[in-house]
Design a protein around this ligand. Sequence first.
Ligand SMILES: Cc1cc2nc3c(=O)[nH]c(=O)nc-3n(C[C@H](O)[C@H](O)[C@H](O)COP(=O)(O)OP(=O)(O)OC[C@H]3O[C@@H](n4cnc5c(N)ncnc54)[C@H](O)[C@@H]3O)c2cc1C
Length: 454
Amino acid sequence: MVDALIIGAGPAGLFAAHELSKNSKLSVTIVDWGQEIEKRTCPAFETGKCIGCKPCHIMCGLGGAGGMSSGILNLRYDIGGDLSKLTKSVPKAEKLVKEVDDIFVEHGAPNEVYGMDSEGIEELTRRAAAAGIKFIPIPQRHIGSEYLSDVINSLRRTLESRGVKFLFNSRVERVGKGEVVINGKKIKTKYLLVAPGRVGADWFAEQVKALGVKLTHGPIDIGVRVEVPAVVYEPVVKVNYDPKFHIRTKTFDDFVRTFCTNSQGFVMEERYDDHVGVNGQSLRAKKSQNTNFAFLVHIELTQPVTDTTAYGQSIAYLATTIGGGRPLLQRLGDLRAGRRSTWERIERGHVVPTLKSVTPGDISMALPGRVVTDILEGLDRLDKVAPGVASDSTLLYAPEVKLYAMQINVGQNMETNVPNLFVAGDGAGLSRGIVTAAATGLLAARGIIEKAAA
Ligand SMILES: Cc1cc2nc3c(=O)[nH]c(=O)nc-3n(C[C@H](O)[C@H](O)[C@H](O)COP(=O)(O)OP(=O)(O)OC[C@H]3O[C@@H](n4cnc5c(N)ncnc54)[C@H](O)[C@@H]3O)c2cc1C
């Protein structure tokens, strides 16, 4: 029997363990499906092609989904989810972000914070506003992929020195009241904190439904990955490494945003059980001539149909079918002209795709017309801030679909309606980023400590 068992060694689980081991005498064990960080390795980093490892090294293991990323800490309470909705107070949410950031710095995150160049930000904000776009300035700390494993291992050492135990390569098969099942073996626990990230979200939703936990569908984001010559986006990434632009489109008044910018990076294929998708990455050792970013339309469904996940999945299946099992690639000029792209047309453009295992085709046959209109209108608008973004040669890869976890209904202490079952992070639909996930871990740990003291 352990006092507190945590599922998931991502930011949510690690920061919960940090708080529990610092401020309580509860025994803590963290279980993770993946491995120690130094054993995590992804073939797609070399080839751009996912071969479907189980567990996926990118998503699973010590450090969680961001463990192999460049570790950008977005130091705003309302980026990667809105913490103030959980804390019911903006100052409390801001304080949480600072606490998370301080712990990262204590464990070796670099001191510099980017996105604070007030002159550059002012100018970019002005240019964006003139184009009817909201630029969201975000102070960001870049841990960098070369340091991230050191920071995470430092956190692990601190936790182990305080008695926290780690079980790697251990997939929790079932969650019950006060117990979990791993490899057919039951482990009893007084408090269970489930932080399984996006990779464990669907499994977890099934588990909690069986336990009678209340959950709701969250919104989804659907769109494309845009690839442009790095020089085109250079003036923007110089001011903010991962610039966030928020756009309301003309025809539908839909919300479109930029997300996950990879300067001189590569577009990557993501392979799921039944569909493909795209993402982006920047590599330490290898640079491309291009910059890519996600351009996503926000979709919420209202009564009587609220299952955004099923809607997003059906779009992803359709895109996969049209792409013959590969992501679709189209030049923006071809999409505008209503014709499919071919390799010959792509070669005529001046952007060389960084992902080659794609099918040149017609994105308008895969994504809903409304989404395509939003993308075309949004890119035309963004072109006023970064001229060249909406050039005919600009490459669009589809589908980029962000399906978030179903949102588990929790109180401020992250406890569900099942007593002593706490949740945190992306897998519970409470966050969408490293800092916010870690912050929900702190909240859950405080909830457990409070309960244990009562
Ligand atoms: C490639 C990539 C790059 C990213 N870069 C950034 C970035 O720069 N900045 C940023 O803010 N965000 C980034 N993110 C998002 C960020 O990583 C996540 O928002 C964050 O890690 C979520 O934290 P979490 O603790 O909720 O879950 P996760 O980090 O996903 O961790 C969940 C853990 O639970 C484990 N798990 C799941 N199910 C089970 C089970 N049944 N049994 C045992 N263990 C299980 C998994 O193995 C995993 O290790 C990135 C994501 C990816 C995929």
